[in-house]
Ligand binder design. Structure first.
Ligand code: PEP
Ligand code: MG
Length: 578
């Protein structure tokens, strides 16, 4: 077997050794995976329910036709689609394929669609040949339904470590991995701070993205070593390489164990400056890990993950339960709930009427812009958060604010939500603090209004870098240009920290940069006192805080703030960390 190495962007450190399992569950491709015999009935039921949904959808469209809401010629086309959906070749054969091949429903349907298309191509009659497009359209409707309701991911075997290899994975795919114990994963696409990468980090397994063609080059079952820290994947390693990596793996484990001793230690620099080290979480169950790693609060709850991988929007009560669970779980420590940041790479694609295809989604109707455009959704979430304020120390954080009018509109919405709760006699904390994320350069530069109108701020470096450098954080083609240490980025951060400190407004950092030990001293020197990161990074950063003297680094920090030359910056940073 040929041994070779692939390079990408390591987005989650550590080493994993295991066998490849190929998956391509992505918008561009249809996933193909095998399922255990025991899961066949559930997979068939999933297919049947997707077909039933589409049938329902077509009937709804037909009803709209009779009420005159749709043009009449639409009727014939709908009739053809309904007929096709009732035809056993589309509605029944895929079920047989699922059972025979033990594959997922999407794959079975795709196989059958290809077979039907081929048959249509051979028909002489031009009219019938044209019906091929209808088969594809109906099939795709069902496919969309199936993908909006993800099935069971391939099970990872308990005895052998499984490494998932995919062309692309959405954040919604990766969040499901929390319930599957993969040893690592690789993708062809993706950027260092894409949400896919961020969720990967929260799983605590090594991950390498932007490998470009791993999915093509690696075969099912091949032995892999994934070294997330060194951004490399070794395929079919020989015995000596394997031995070397096994040794490094145990060294890393040992170092992690040693760090655990710091869990209850107060995070304080050598010159007595106290620092808050908080956790970023995606789901309520992540609280456990935050507490286990000594988090002094939740600095960022990415609440939008409650909205992914599902058919319907979470109700106010369901959201309230999730927020309450986190508030109670953190036992009085601050819990910062970010209102949902949907859009861009976290599209709620299965919600009827909400999915949009934007020409440039990262610059489009994302986060607070989306919320303000969908006041009903926003109010529901705000009510749910406010209700949870009685169960802990809950704060509201607004993502992607750029202008004063957005702040004003948001504060007005919060006031409306409070008013409605008051009228209904529902209790909540009227003094709930409202903060804004500084993740658009405009916000960092024109920070004055943010300081006057909001109770606290949090710097989202992931987006701040993306928007400052005009580099899509999820696009592997430009990942080499995504530079957290670009002088412009550092100046914006430093400016925001300086202005907030001067105004006496608490400011945190919750982007990925907050969890990088190499930058801890730099940010301490710039005045940062609240860091929020993945729970798995907390203890390493605490160790760094404990070894730092802020005053001693002041002169170097000042020089780093002013330097323009990247090489010089690296040298100064090394000196600061020496
Ligand atoms: C950020 O942009 O830095 C941030 C913390 O938010 P997200 O990564 O969820 O966009
Ligand atoms: Mg952001």
């Amino acid at each position: 077997m040929v041994s070779f190495a692939l390079h990408g962007v390591g987005v989650s450190g550590g080493i994993a050794i295991g066998r490849a399992q190929l998956v391509s569950h992505a918008t561009r491709e249809v996933a193909h995976y095998t399922i255990p015999a025991s899961q066949v009935p559930a997979e068939i039921a999933r297919f049947e329910s997707a077909v039933a949904d589409v049938r329902h959808e077509l009937e709804g469209l037909h009803a709209a036709l009779t009420t005159g809401e749709m043009p009449g010629e639409f009727g014939a086309f709908l009739d053809v689609h309904r007929m096709m959906l009732n035809d056993p070749t589309l509605a029944e054969t895929p079920k047989r394929i699922i059972a025979e091949q033990r594959c997922n429903a999407e794959w079975a349907l795709t196989l059958q669609m290809s077979a039907l298309v081929e048959q249509f191509d051979q028909i002489d009659d031009a009219y019938l040949r044209e019906r091929k497009a209808d088969v594809v359209q109906v099939g795709e409707r069902v496919l969309k339904r199936l993908m909006g309701r993800p099935g069971t991911l391939p099970p990872s075997s308990a005895e052998e470590q499984t490494i998932l290899v995919a062309h692309d994975l959405s954040p919604a795919d990766v969040i499901q991995f929390k319930h599957h114990h993969y040893a690592a994963f690789l993708t062809d696409l993706g950027g260092a701070t894409s949400h896919t990468a961020i969720v990967a980090r929260s799983l605590n397994v090594p991950a390498v993205v932007a490998t470009h063609n791993a999915r093509q080059l690696i075969r099912e079952g091949e032995m892999l070593i994934v070294d997330g820290s060194r951004h490399v994947v070794i395929v079919n390693p020989d015995r000596s390489v394997l031995g070397e990596y096994r040794l490094r793996q145990s060294e890393i484990d040992l170092a992690r164990q040693k760090l655990r001793r710091l869990k209850t230690k107060r995070a304080e620099t050598l010159d007595g400056i106290h620092v808050e080290l908080q956790a970023n979480i995606e789901l309520p169950e992540d609280v456990e890990e935050a507490i286990a790693n000594g988090a002094s609060g939740v600095g960022l709850f990415r609440s939008e993950f409650l909205f992914l991988n599902r058919d319907a929007l979470p109700s106010e009560d369901e959201q309230f339960e999730a927020y309450r669970t986190v508030a109670q779980g953190m036992q009085g420590r601050p819990v910062t709930i970010r209102t949902f940041d949907l859009g861009a790479d976290k599209e709620p694609h299965s919600f009827e009427g909400l999915a949009r295809v934007a020409p440039n989604p990262a610059l489009g109707l994302r986060a607070v812009r989306f919320c303000l455009a969908e006041p009903r959704l926003f109010l529901t979430q705000l009510r749910a958060i406010l209700r949870a304020t009685r169960y802990g120390n809950v704060r509201i954080l607004i993502p992607m604010l750029a202008s004063v009018s957005e702040i004003d509109q948001t504060l007005a919405m919060i006031a409306r939500a409070k008013e409605a709760l008051r009228e209904q006699g529902v209790p909540f904390d009227p003094h709930t603090k409202v903060g804004g994320m500084i993740e658009i350069p405009a916000a960092a530069l024109a920070i004055g209004a943010f300081l006057r109108k909001l109770d606290f701020l949090s710097i989202g470096t992931n987006d701040l870098i993306q928007y400052t450098l005009a580099v899509d954080r999820a696009d592997d083609a430009v990942s080499h240009l995504y530079d957290p240490l670009h002088p412009a980025v550092l100046r914006l951060i430093s400016h925001a920290l300086g202005a907030a400190t001067k105004a006496g407004v608490p400011i945190a950092m919750c982007g990925e940069m907050a969890g990088e030990q190499r930058l801890t001293r730099l940010f301490l020197g710039m005045g940062l006192r609240e860091f929020s990161m993945h729970p798995s990074e907390l203890l390493a950063v605490k160790q760094r805080v404990l070894q730092s003297t802020v005053a001693a680094g002041a002169a170097l920090v000042e020089r780093i703030r002013r330097v323009d030359d990247p090489a010089k910056l690296e040298t100064l940073l090394d000196r600061l960390n020496a």
